[in-house]
Design a binder for this molecule. Sequence first.
Ligand code: ADP
Ligand code: MG
Length: 619
Amino acid sequence: MAIKQLTETIINQIAAGEVIERPASVVKELVENAIDAGATHIDIVTAGGGKNLIRVSDNGSGIPFDELTLAVARHCTSKLTDNVHDIRALGFRGEALPSIGSVSRLSMKSRIAEADSGFEINVHGGRLEGPRPTPMNGGTIAEVRDLFFATPARLKFMKTDRAEASAISDVVKRVAIAFPHIRFSIAGSDRTPLDLAATGAGSAGMLERISQVLGKEFPENAIAIDAMRDGVRLSGFAGIPAFNRANSLQQFAYVNGRPVRDKQIWGAIRGAYADVISRDRHPVVVLFLNLDPALVDVNVHPAKADVRFRDPGLVRGLIVGAIREALGQSGIRAATSGAEAMLNSFRRGGIEPVRPAAAQRWQGAAAVNQNYNVQQSPYRPFETEPAASHNGGGFAETVQAFLYDGAAALAADTRAGMAEAPQELLSAPLGAARAQIHSNYIVSQTEDSLVIVDQHAAHERLVYEALKNALHSKPLPAQMLLIPEIVDLPEEDVGRLVAHAETLARFGLGIESFGPGAIAVRETPSMLGEIDTQKLIRDLADEIAEHDTSDGLKAILDHVAATMACHGSVRAGRRLKPDEMNALLRQMEETPGSGTCNHGRPTYIELKLTDIERLFGRR
Ligand code: ADP
Ligand code: MG
């Protein structure tokens, strides 16, 4: 076949293959154009998941009549000067409109403030029509019908209307986070409408927009970040570890306002949370990176979601450092969403309405009051002798006696040192331990709340922190086994474990090779108590194998420490004395990150007294 120049339409369709993957990509391009045009109000309407119709209307600058033809022509843009390294707008490639026009029926209507009328231009499958006058208010209306009608092969890859419609919402929400001063709305027969009102300026406005998108629990469970290094500014919000998700869809990153999906940024976020969230859970994070456009290349891929930093190490260090510092400062904060969920479960509980029944019971009591005597009641709650004058009285006197006895019993308890906690314990963040229930939950009381600690999870976290500490301070105490435990393992695993024997010894785990296919365990960490040594050794071998080649030594040791902590079970199901409980609470307060266990679950929940009062309808 002879060589010939491709037609303009084919060239545009090839470009569309890269830029326009699905309806959501069209929405992204059109919304970005509206933002670049300075719009403060952007309305989006879709039908059939965007395959039948996408309409994006804005109140931006508009396109002058004599530029409409250029706007839909390839490689025509108003956003780039001579320097491809100085990109300040979201668009710059001059590719979106001609690409969209080559694979759909595109209509652009636009009116600038100075003009008496608007103008419309159409591009249907690459064929140009217009421009001609059309009545409209200022701004631009971009309408795309029958997407991919001209490239049926691409149409076959579309998902259901519902999936495409929700991908469109995701794109809009993602970009909306970076532009809180713009009002966005999405509507259409294929969806429930969404209206994001414009919010105020500054970080308060930003946070308000984020909570419109992510839900109002996010601000309550996030810590603000603001850091600067070598001209790169990082701001945003880091979700606390307990507020985690099963996937990373709730991670938002922006470079100079542009939403990006960048592997380096994801990697840095994962690194920052590695210690506090298990590998199969994901934090919720919103990060804004702002830097000189010359220090970042956004022209890596036509869809512009990838970026390349001039100094990737700087950016990674900045993200990891800032998030860790923020999490560190937040100390032992637990997720309030846990308390919220708990409140809801109380409210939703299937308990019968108590009022009518209780009222009846009181009436019943009143009816028999002449004969009622607490002394003869089988339900006599206290053993104390009531004063003689209370004997055989009427109902009121009986109740009086009851209360009196209760107070006396309480006073007796106080003498035994149980009922009242010392003030200094009450004012500690985790309060004074009052009881242990179901052999695992410590119930404690602060000045204004009730705290429930999962003692197993808390202990696991404390062990993990102690193990990590043992790496650079004194080794952990070990417990000698009377008879060494022999663990049979594949030869490579034996090799890997023995290579780390010295470090494991610092953790209190004494191992040596026992022939080619076995390990002899002589000592185990005292802190872990009774453990399944066989299982521990196998888990450690797996952990080291998984991280040996990819990660550095520090990462391996972190994983080893986490695995060992998981095996420690000394406090699970163990009854604790009040002193022991209080000691655990104090240790938690002193240990950074102890608000979540190594798997990112909370180690304690807190229910404020005000919430308890709400539950009882007192507020
Ligand atoms: P790019 O955004 O990369 O410049 P596009 O093909 O998306 O390329 O748009 C081409 C040009 O059309 C833009 O540079 C801009 O001048 C104009 N334009 C497109 N959409 C709008 C809009 N909504 N409001 C004002 N101008 C627009
Ligand atoms: Mg554009």
